[in-house]
Design a protein around this ligand. Structure first.
Ligand code: FES
Length: 401
């Protein structure tokens, strides 16, 4: 956790075995999985819309040997509890190309199965509070307070691609229900109509809030009547969408969720249009590098207390924080650090731009690729955190030098 994490009671991230109560097909390659949360565990599984859970199971690897697999998936429904104190967690699992877990889940997972589910985590949440204030939710391994979401009316925009809709639909449902004046614009990019997850649910939401929810489906491989809604979202299209599809002048919060390239394009474009970074929340679903192992991708992995971890300590803008990174995950230092400080600087995530540079103060790391640092910087101990992985149990870095 970082030293600036807000105060509230803390909850340890822990796994419990939960039963699957329903598996519902969303598209040809995506399912919605509902886990039943018994009343005695409900307090462990309350969450804020936009958060995610890690799922853990054992599957055969390529050689047929059992192998622990864990993946994190966003929660796609607004928080709810039942009369007997029980609750539920719903996640959407889209089949990734070559993804062991997602392929298995799409083919095999059924009601009655059990999986290990970690308590909800994540900072991709609304911070829009009462009187327009910013709510400092306690989001890392902590107790959550869904009742804090009944903030003032606001104007919100989400830009999502593919399975990036999963946390966004939970956020949209909750914010629209929380205040009758709230407006929500959703730009949702997919290849084709058949790939659109939650198509019916989004249509139902639009029926429920016809004047307050604006849906903009953009399809890259299918012709739509409006040319603006056809084709890949590049810089030009994004500018046009922001200028013509988004009507509100002052947006309280922006939610960006999808692959690295789209999220980064949106962040850069919003920054160039004068949007302050504190109004922008984002979450990466992949780094767009299919050649990399899944644990190395942009979506955060989570450590529990029972496993071997690297401890990464880092200084950024004068604040010192630390984060545990499971040794098996081989995630980059950047990805681990983003879990506790979304403001850690990065741009390309490919070892090219040097934005994520930090100096190793103690411990050792190894780097995959380096197209940015000169030899004299390497000699001084600088590394690209998007390419760096710890090789010592403890590693300390400084982003400020
Ligand atoms: S973010 Fe560009 S080199 Fe790391």
């Amino acid at each position: 956790m970082t030293t600036e994490t807000p105060t509230a009671s803390r909850r340890r991230a822990s796994f419990h075995s939960l039963a699957v109560s329903e598996v519902r097909r969303l598209t040809e390659d995506a399912i919605e999985v509902t886990f039943a949360v018994p009343a005695e565990l409900a307090g462990q599984y309350d969450y804020l819309p936009g958060q995610y859970v890690a799922l853990r199971t054992t599957l055969p690897d390529e050689s047929g040997e059992p192998h622990e697999v864990r993946r994190s998936y966003s929660i796609c429904a607004e928080p709810r509890s039942f009369g007997d104190g029980s609750s539920e967690i719903r996640v959407a699992i889209k089949k990734d190309l070559g993804g062991i877990f997602s392929t298995w889940a799409n083919a095999e997972l059924k009601a009655g199965d059990t999986l290990d589910v970690m308590s909800p985590q994540g900072a991709f949440i609304s911070k829009h509070g009462k009187d327009g204030s910013t709510v400092q939710h306690n989001v890392m391994n902590s107790m959550n307070h869904p009742e804090e979401l009944a903030g003032d009316a606001g104007s919100f925009v989400a830009i999502a691609a593919g399975s990036g809709i999963t946390p966004v639909i939970a956020i949209a449902r909750t914010l629209l229900a929380a205040n009758p004046e709230t407006r929500f614009d959703l730009i949702y990019a997919n290849k084709a109509a058949m790939d659109v997850m939650f198509l019916e649910e989004l249509a139902d939401l639009k029926d429920k809030y016809p004047s307050r929810l604006a849906l903009h489906h953009v399809l890259s491989r299918e012709q739509r009547i409006a040319p603006l809604m056809t084709g890949r979202i590049d810089s030009e299209k994004l500018q046009a969408l922001l200028s013509s599809a988004i009507h509100a002048e002052d947006i309280d919060e922006w939610f960006l969720c999808g692959p690295f390239e789209l999220v980064q394009l949106c962040r850069d474009t919003l920054a160039a249009r004068g949007v302050a970074p504190e109004h922008v929340r984002f979450e990466l679903f992949t780094t767009g590098r299919p050649d990399r192992p899944e644990g190395n991708a942009g979506r955060p992995v989570i450590a529990d207390e029972s496993e071997d971890t690297f401890k990464i300590t880092f200084k950024l803008d004068g604040l010192t924080g630390d984060v545990a990174s499971p040794t098996h995950a081989r995630e980059s230092i950047l990805n681990a650090a983003l879990r506790v400080r979304p403001d850690v600087p990065f741009a390309c995530a490919g070892g090219v731009c040097g934005t994520c540079r930090a100096k190793v103060v103690s411990g050792t790391v190894t780097m995959d690729e380096n197209y940015a640092l000169e030899q004299d910087e390497l000699d001084k101990g600088y590394v690209l955190t998007c390419q760096a992985h710890p090789t010592s149990e403890n590693v300390t870095l400084d982003f400020d030098v």
